[in-house]
Design a protein around this ligand. Sequence first.
Ligand code: GLV
Ligand code: MN
Ligand code: MN
Length: 406
Amino acid sequence: MVEINGKRLLSDLHRLRDFGRTGDGVVRTSFSDIDMAAREWLRKRFADAGLAAAIDGVGNVFGTSPNPGPALVLGSHSDTQPRGGWLDGTLGVIYALEIARAFAEDPGTRDLAVDVVAWIDEEGTYTSCLGSQSFVGDLSDEVLEHANDGGETVAQAIARVGLTGVARAALDPGRHVGYLEAHIEQGPYLEELGDQIGVVTSIVGIRSTEVEFIGDQNHAGTTPMNRRRDAGVAMFEFAVRLRERFTAIAGPTTVWTIGQVRLEPGAASIIPGFAAAHVQYRDPEDERLAALEDALAGVAADVAAATGVEARVRRERDPILPCDMDAGFRRHIAAAAERIVPGGWREMPSAAGHDPMVISHHLPCAMVFIPSIGGVSHDFAEDSLEADIVVGCEVMAEAAASILRG
Ligand code: GLV
Ligand code: MN
Ligand code: MN
């Protein structure tokens, strides 16, 4: 069995947590100063592991093994949500680093090639899965114009951090045979069912729609109720009706979230003349997502008619299609899990998005999950048991070795 150094693994995870640490959580959104400092630390750490390491032209940290292929790419993202947990993404990056080190130390695995990556902006501060889009050659000029909440575009961020014109890591079909990522589950199932490992079968599709209501701004005291065109009223009516409509269409695992709303001008004594909401919905079936998207437009139109305000609906980003993990890789992971935690693993879909959503259309991908305590993630309280963290890395290392040995 590949010998993972659990102490070194945990120590590096904690060191990376220090970049942007806020209470128990981490604030390290992509292209922030602290994110770039963390990337520079990772670059050095990858180099110390014997990899040819560089921060590429979009901010990915990529470490190439000196061994000839076939190579597996292992990794995850090192950016976080605006108020993120310490393991979301980070876990998979440090696993990949530890596996590269463990392979190099063991004569039985020394010849195997693993390239290690810390993707940038999986979390979508500017555009989701930016780094992996670049790696597979999907990065369009249009995506480079996507902006963060402060209005800075991807292209401007790249220039600000001094990466304009720097070469970008690229999938090499003559070398790369697949991509493996480990991640915390971010949901409750493994913990509740008493399993230590999840072998991911598929990743849900995701669509996002922005809805705007345009009414009349006016005085909150002097405007009679029957003369108002209140964009805020329309927005709240929309949220309630959307829940009813989506519930009627939803499958067993459909989820939706209104995670961001804006009322303008946002003052207690002013009737809002403008309201906007971001609605995100996820499901394993793209047909259902299309039906939800149509229903959402219908609800917005109905609310506009009922409240006398104008409604505008637009897709925020291209739909992210549901995708399957590679069946052969899954068998390797399942076999490794059965050796290390007999009976303590299960196959399961991912309800969270991950870079394999992008990569799996170009390269076979698979994912390993470990339990999240209380199913909490995208929150400072996110955590996992140390024993689970170490076991997950052992399973991933065994699976990577057995895939590369063929
Ligand atoms: C990724 O972080 C997601 O929101 O699923
Ligand atoms: Mn996340
Ligand atoms: Mn993640």
